[in-house]
Design a protein around this ligand. Sequence first.
Ligand code: MG
Length: 382
Amino acid sequence: MNPDALAPWASDPRRSRGRRIVEAAAPPRNEHQRDRDRIVHSTAFRRLVYKTQVFLNHEGDLFRTRLTHSLEVAQLGRSAARALQLNEDLVEALALAHDLGHTPFGHAGQDALHACMLEHGGFEHNLQSLRVVDELEARYAAFDGLNLCFETREGILKHCSRRNAERLLAAEPGHPAQRFLTGTQPSLEAQLVNLVDELAYITHDIDDGVRSGLVTMAQLGEVPLVARFRDEVLAEHPGLASKPGRRLLFETLRRVVSALLGDLVDTTAGAIREHCPRDAEAVRAAPTLARLSEPVRAQCAELKQFLFAQLYRHPQVVQSTSLGRTVVAELFSAYSEQPHQMPEDFAFAADRHRAVADYIAGMTDRFALREHHRLTGRRLFD
Ligand code: MG
């Protein structure tokens, strides 16, 4: 994209704060495009295809995985970025990288790994995403990780405790974690991806929930945001109610996503007009500018509550993810006792527990199951 078509408050790759290790420019690509390409070519990115979002990977071929979720976030993010004249390349890079640090088996896997690591610094998927691109990818001759630009690393690090921020800054002055000590914001592109991530999952999880049979259209009628668009669709296409298939659901969700994205663009444009940041640096000192309007934010919160009650805490989802928890915990004990069961670069690491966590976090669901069977002789899933 032409950097001159960007708004003054957009991230301009020509003004990037740069990489930890200086590299020559690579025309015709700019620095943000280059980061996006490095992410797409990474090993961690390819693994996302076999990592659980909500439903375990082997439960069905059509559910979202971390990969399809990341692609949907990129797609929505780019639409919003273009409408707001923000940097689409940076938005795409951040969307594709935002879940790289997720463990197998979704949040249950992360909770299990965090419990195993409590005495050894803990485990947090967001910090892990940064660790993947900063340290763990081993593809370049001259450095560990992908040596991404500051702006990409800043956007990947969405949350960070004070303690971790202090630790990261001690090792690297100017680390993107600094903003968690100064209370400042990341770029508008990072703020946008953060919000769009949420819009993507609350809408696609409804789709997956209905597909799985755990959520019904009748239950969805209790959610005002969904009911409004379902009624609108039925008023225009009364025959859809009795048609087989899920066309009514898809048409409803399509309209929900458009409405949410439209609200995000309008509200954010309003916040930008109000605060009028003179450049991308001024965005960091301003309050959060990527926003939803208050009524839509409240409706999204309602939808999230519905998903927690009806889907994420559904006994069937809880049962399969708790088996995932057991797999992670037992893998952790097995590798901690016998590090030689891991590949050499993990087996001989100085910090054994961190190496075990890194190795497990990188696994796909199905590789974790195979390893669990190899090391324990038990199969927890049929
Ligand atoms: Mg996500």
